[in-house]
Design a protein around this ligand. Structure first.
Ligand code: NAD
Length: 492
């Protein structure tokens, strides 16, 4: 822990000494009006850095830089793009420790998870790098009197807007396919955790990405974010964040007919039938809500348990929740670190009162805890006796907070599972294969894991239904979003 802390302080020093600059056309620049905003550490609420506060003028410069860089980047071969993106991945691996340490201190996420997140970011680059050479390949279809040739080309400069949770990994997940497709980008990271986005763009340019291909504008949603979604040179917006922000972006992008891809919120159910392997199900349910501080779009925040095993099962979850180690994010023993920011902590804590007022029982946690540094530490929490109409069962809390609901049979489990606005993921635990097929067919979610926690396989589609998103990432799906498809019919 002490070594981590000393190293983190060294890496953070460079941010506190200057300002965290925007990156436009390959140059580190301040905001046009010279304004900055402060980013704080969730560990002790002390300032980590001042960040360039980009607004409309900065977004305009960045969009123009992305537009200017587009023809050359789109024109180089997929093989060349593949080489450069692999170099970016190599450079991420070489600086993985630095990235992870900075990410822990900027977000409050525990080292045990973040140390892998940087490597996962490198994997995202490798995955899409390997697909760059074939991204444009089309298909031909011969019919009577016609040969149709269908091809794809990059859509143009795109905007990428990311949230504060696991910002490094998520940025790579959105940016790598855009670059592999041949798009240039303007990235607007979240204002609560801007540091690793700065590292990422530096790493990419040092690895050989041409200037202007990747531009970074820090700022707030209502100014930099809004300007990006409204900019006429930006052809599409890849957005990860809250559902209501997605609605705003759709409105803001309407005048310029912006193509949008949304990865939004969730209120994901883990559904446990009595015939399941209950030992594994308990561990998975605990992991999927309390890892990453529960600040995870795919977390299972609703626990649906078949009535005969409900009391015993939630009792086991409560015991495990109480035993979770809360601590400094850089301590290798820590599982739950401080939440991102006092504003978010206030929101999460408010649900403890909501739960009490609604008549739920707080079986574990339900309070703020005094962690090292005195930051935004909240105890892993379990609400039991929850019914699905309660706010704690319907609203995304986005913290280490689980609501447990009992169901009497499969039909009722399905009704409860689907009775929310969201539909990102679902986790199903049963040993009955027929039921697993039947249930997952009817479950309203973009991604479902049967007898497993969330294990991502990158070629598979990632995304949600209902208020959880529009479009899919992963595999070829990402290219569908970042590219235009053209069909040419030749008469024969
Ligand atoms: P948020 O929607 O508040 O902010 C996300 C980003 O959008 C930030 O960069 C913010 O500055 C920007 N933004 C805000 N208003 C904007 C506007 N009007 N125009 C343009 N940009 C704007 O989300 P958050 O609180 O940072 O992140 C948490 C949310 O993200 C949760 O709802 C979570 O479920 C969701 N999320 C979803 C996924 C997924 O893959 N489905 C992954 C991670 C997080």
């Amino acid at each position: 822990f002490d070594t981590h802390l000393a190293k983190a302080e060294r890496h953070l020093a460079r941010f506190s000494e200057g300002i965290v600059a925007n990156q436009i056309g390959g140059e580190a620049v301040e905001a046009a009006d010279g304004e900055t905003f402060e980013t704080i550490s969730p560990v002790d609420l002390k300032p980590l850095a001042r960040v360039a506060h980009g607004k409309t003028a900065d977004v305009d410069r960045a969009a123009k830089a992305a537009k200017a860089a587009f023809p050359a980047w789109a024109a180089i071969s997929g093989d060349e793009r593949k080489k450069i993106l692999h170099k970016v991945a190599d450079a991420i691996v070489a600086r993985a420790e630095e990235i992870a340490l900075v990410e822990c201190m900027d977000t409050g996420q525990a080292w045990r998870f973040m140390s892998k997140a940087a490597l996962r970011g490198a994997e995202n680059f490798r995955f899409f790098a390997d697909r760059a050479p074939a991204a444009r390949d089309g298909a031909s279809l011969r019919t009577t009197g016609q040969i149709n040739v269908t091809t794809r080309s990059p859509i143009g400069p795109v905007g990428v807007i990311t949230p504060w949770n696991t910002p490094f990994m998520l940025s790579t997940w959105k940016i790598a396919p855009a670059l592999a497709a041949g798009c240039t980008i303007v990235h607007k990271p979240a204002e609560f955790s801007p540091l690793t986005a700065r590292l990422l763009v530096e790493i990419a340019e040092e690895a050989g990405l041409p200037k202007g291909v990747w531009n970074l504008v820090n700022g707030f949603g209502e100014d930099a974010g809004k300007a990006l979604t409204e900019h006429p040179d930006i052809k599409a917006i890849g957005f990860v964040g809250e559902s209501r922000t997605g609605s705003m972006i759709m409105r803001q992008g309407a005048d310029t007919l912006k193509r949008v891809h949304f990865e939004l919120g969730g209120k994901n159910p883990v559904i446990v039938f009595a015939d399941a392997d209950l030992d594994r199900a308990v561990d998975a349910a605990v992991f999927m809500i309390y890892s990453l501080n529960g600040e995870r779009c795919t977390s299972s925040s609703r626990l649906l348990v078949e009535a005969p095993i409900y009391d015993a099962f939630v009792g086991r979850v409560a015991e495990k929740a109480k035993a979770i180690r809360i601590g400094h994010p850089l301590d290798p023993e820590t599982v739950v670190g401080p939440l991102i920011h006092p504003v978010h902590e206030k929101k999460v804590l408010s649900y403890f009162d909501v739960a009490r007022q609604e008549g739920a029982t707080i079986a574990a946690g339900g309070e703020k805890v005094q962690g090292p540094g005195g930051g935004c530490y909240v105890a892993p929490t379990l609400f039991t006796g929850v019914s699905n109409d309660m706010r704690v069962a319907q609203e995304e809390i986005f913290g280490p907070v689980l609501s447990a609901i009992s169901f009497k049979d499969e039909q009722e489990a399905l009704e409860i599972a689907n009775d929310v606005d969201y539909g990102l993921t679902g986790y199903l635990w049963t040993s009955d294969v027929t039921r697993a097929f039947r249930f997952s067919d009817a479950l309203e979610a973009g991604m479902i894991w049967v007898n497993s926690e969330n294990v991502r396989h990158l070629p598979t589609p990632f995304g949600g239904v209902k208020s959880s998103g529009i479009g899919r990432d992963g595999g070829d799906w990402s290219f569908d979003f970042y590219m235009e498809t053209k069909n040419v019919a030749f008469a024969t």
